[in-house]
Design a protein around this ligand. Structure first.
Ligand SMILES: [Zn+2]
Length: 117
């Protein structure tokens, strides 16, 4: 009864605490004022939560990788005819650079080079 009262007193009037690790290394909550501990997160629950978060992160990474691969392939496949002596990647890169900078020795390419000096 006295413990229950102490607990209720703390909950009502002590104004909060912090999440930290208790002496067993478990995630727990402790009242700033009286030092009362809350219910700990058991180690196996913490491990399961961490494992779930890692699995979600890995799926997100894998999704991003797949998405990036698909987009890159789409760019490569947009190269209708690859140039002799070039990979599809090199041809795509050259097309993009030409579009951005212009043909070598063109006015646009010269202006671009002057700006980057
Ligand atoms: Zn307290």
């Amino acid at each position: 009864m006295i413990d229950w009262l102490k607990e209720q007193w703390c909950a009502w009037f002590h104004g909060g605490g912090r999440i930290k690790r208790d002496c067993y290394g478990r995630i727990n909550w402790q009242c700033d004022r009286c030092g009362r501990w809350g219910e700990p997160v058991e180690r196996h629950d913490e491990d399961r939560i961490i494992e779930s978060v890692r699995a979600i992160e890995e799926r997100a990474r894998s999704y991003t990788r797949t998405n990036t691969d698909e987009k890159y392939n789409e760019l490569l496949m947009a190269v209708g005819k690859k140039h002799p002596g070039e990979t599809r990647h090199e041809t795509a890169l050259r097309y993009i650079r030409q579009a951005e900078i212009g043909e070598p020795n063109s006015a646009r390419a010269i202006v671009h080079e002057m700006r980057n000096d």
